[in-house]
Structure formats: C-alpha cells, structure tokens
Design a protein around this ligand. Structure first.
Ligand SMILES: Nc1ncnc2c1ncn2[C@@H]1O[C@H](COP(=O)(O)OP(=O)(O)O)[C@@H](O)[C@H]1O
Ligand SMILES: [Mg+2]
Length: 240
C-alpha cells in the first residue's frame, strides 16, 4: 500500500503540489490524470525517492518510501526514457542492463528473467532486434519488460502511451491489466482518458491539488472539467 499524507512540494515560491493525501491499495490499478504541468510526474518522482525537498509523509508498505526503494525492486517507466534509441543495444541487452542496474539479483539469473519478461510483454522473437528499429509501442514494451524482469510488486508508468499508436496502446494496457491480475499494484499516469478509465480501478484527478479520487464509473464530466480547467476548453474548441 502507498500512503501519501499532507504532501506539499514547492519550487522556490511556486507551489507544485498542494497538500496531497492519497492512498493506493495493494493490487490496485490507479490512473493519474490531469493537464500538462499538473504535477503528475513530480508526484510519481517524489514517491520513488527521485526528488527531495517536499513536506509531508510517503509510506510504502508501512515504511518510509526512501527506505523502501532502497530495499525493493520496483518497475518504473519514466515519461522520457533517457535510453538513446541510436545506442546499438538489442532488446535482450536493454532488459538485462536494467536488471544489472538494480543489482538485486544474482547475474546468473539475468538470462532466465529476461526471457520470461520478454514473453510476458509479447516480445518473443525480438531478442536480437536493435532497439532503434522498434516501433513506439514495441519500445514501450521493452521498457515494461525491464520493469517485469525486476519482479516487483509495484509498477509505475508515466504516460506509457506517448508515441504509441492506438493498437499499441490497447496492447500495452492489456499487459498492464495482466500485471494487475497477478496482484501487482499499477500506478499509471495517462493522457488517454478513455483507455485509462476502462482499465483502471481508480482514477485520480490531479492539478496541483487532488480534485478527485474515485472509481471510473463515478468520474463525472464536471470533475474532469474542473481538473483540466482551461485545457479542456481548448480541447472542446478544437472539436467543434
Ligand atoms: N526540472 C524542473 N525545473 C523547474 N520546474 C519544473 C521542473 N520539472 C517540472 N517543473 C514544473 O513543475 C510543474 C509540474 O510538472 P510535472 O510534474 O512535470 O507535470 P505533469 O507531469 O503533470 O505534466 C510544472 O509547472 C513544471 O513546469
Ligand atoms: Mg508528466
């Protein structure tokens, strides 16, 4: 379980996150939505111990999150993966490198874990392909395979649908749903509202403050409008 209590984060005098209180249960599939600049990525980075200087408390499985991330593996697919697609690594290498970074497994397990993870994300037969040759969706699945190989109970994804076509997005979400069915906790930042709503147990609407934390079927147009503010008006204009 992830417990976020009274979390406030400022950059200089600017408040980025304002008194966030949020509980994510074990095995829950939660999607975080909100406009650009709402603080979604910031919140995820804080939970993962990648940003300091916040006020408040973050606990994972009952212990301080900074301690938790030192002791446990977790899957994290960042918004902008720094992996250079021109770097001449194969799909297998990319997954293995991710494992080696964490050093929580004996190296002799790497091959077996990599193969199992690639199978899980439907990338059998892609082992020797260069990552620079992959489609957006395939590349995201490689990143997901890295997370799967780490064998964590928690998966954090920051807009995994970026640069992925429609079919790729549904494929990605079916893998995330399978993770959830295995009892994993999935924390997903999404800009694909429709897909997020259909896949998630819970939708969290964030825009500096928490606007709503609810089951997808209870998410109203009014809540979405309030969360997205002017951004939604722009969207509506585009579509008339
Ligand atoms: N490295 C940074 N330096 C200064 N401001 C930042 C930095 N990263 C994010 N911000 C600011 O923090 C706010 C929240 O950003 P972010 O968490 O990336 O939002 P989201 O992921 O919801 O689009 C934005 O206003 C952004 O401009
Ligand atoms: Mg972001």
């Amino acid at each position: 379980m992830i417990q976020i209590e009274n979390l406030t984060y400022q950059r200089g005098s600017r408040v980025i996150l304002d008194n966030i209180n949020l509980k994510i249960e074990k095995g829950e599939f939660v999607s975080l939505i909100g406009p650009n600049g709402a603080g979604k990525s910031t919140l995820m980075k804080i939970v993962l111990g990648l940003l300091n200087g916040y006020k408040g408390t973050v606990l994972i499985d009952g212990i301080d999150h900074r301690l938790w991330v030192k002791r446990h593996n977790f899957g994290y697919v960042p918004q902008k993966e720094s992996f250079d697609p021109l770097f001449p690594a194969t799909v297998s290498d990319a997954v293995k490198l991710g494992l080696m970074k964490r050093r929580l497994f004996p190296p002799r397990d790497a091959k077996k874990r990599t193969a199992a993870a690639l199978e899980f994300v439907d990338l059998c037969g892609f082992e020797n392909r260069f990552i620079g040759e992959l489609s957006g969706g395939e590349f995201q699945r490689v990143l997901l395979a890295r997370a799967v190989a780490a064998d964590s109970d928690y998966f954090f994804l920051d807009e995994p649908e970026a640069n992925v076509d429609k079919q790729g997005v549904s494929r990605l979400y079916s893998i995330l749903t399978r993770l959830k069915e295995e009892g994993k906790t999935v924390v997903n930042i999404s800009h694909d509202l429709q897909t997020a709503v259909s896949a998630s147990d819970t939708i969290v609407c964030l825009n500096k403050t928490l606007h709503s934390h609810t089951k997808p079927e209870l998410l109203s147009a009014e809540i979405v409008r309030r969360t997205f503010g002017n951004a939604v008006r722009l969207l509506e204009k585009d579509h008339v």
